[in-house]
Write a protein that binds this ligand. Sequence first.
Ligand SMILES: [Zn+2]
Length: 274
Amino acid sequence: VTSVKVGDPVTAYFYLTCGHCRWCRINRETLCENFGGYIGRAIDGGYAELMKAPADNFLKIPDGLDWKNHPAEVGVICDAIATPVKVIRRTNVTASDTVAVIGAGGGLGIHMLMLARWAHAARVIAVDVKSDKFAACRAAGADDCVNAAEVDMTGALRDLTHGKGVDVVIDFVSVDKTLNGGAAALGRGGRLVTLGGSAGGTVTVPARDLLNKEAMVMGSRYATRQEVIDSLEIVARGEVWPLVTDIRPMAEAEALHQRVEKGEITGRAAIVMK
Ligand SMILES: [Zn+2]
């Protein structure tokens, strides 16, 4: 079932899900039991001259979004905004929460800072190992920046919270060091979220700490269709605006991918076809 009509401008929900399993039925389709892979990998994606995807994967771009003048920014909403929107919901960020984002200078990290600010977090802390990204982190909403290559992250997070610890730690890096350092920085009622599955880190948290702090360790994977739809609306209303810092033609795709791999991109990069 889709409300998209021929001629509508659309964006893509990029998981291929079955639509009928237990998880799809309750709008938690990132847990689909019959997961079919990703658009762009399992089937042709945006680099193809023409692409074909299940109708339910196309989501209409709302009228308030100027996709003709801002194709790159509108194009990245379906991941760069939607993934952080889901994290905000899963961690239930409130106005009294301090939120720390590890890997804050990356494509998702920058937008996570924006959405933490959007959610009225009391304080937003950016953690990265590249100081040249901190200006962008502050512009995106970070109150403080911690260079984990220069100082002990856990100690810095504890100092910045006057020893109380952080309420929400969001780890886009998710190696052993960041996960365990993040867990150690949690305060009472703290939530640690990993989004870095491929890094393969392991987090060890003493049950005593989980109990005494009523802490939570959780994962968050992409977003639901509804969260993508909500993200499009949030941007259409002007509440946040995606950060795309490098826009190239298709001929430069390979070079652009290499810049992404090296962590040289602040925010998102985009390829725009004329
Ligand atoms: Zn399913």
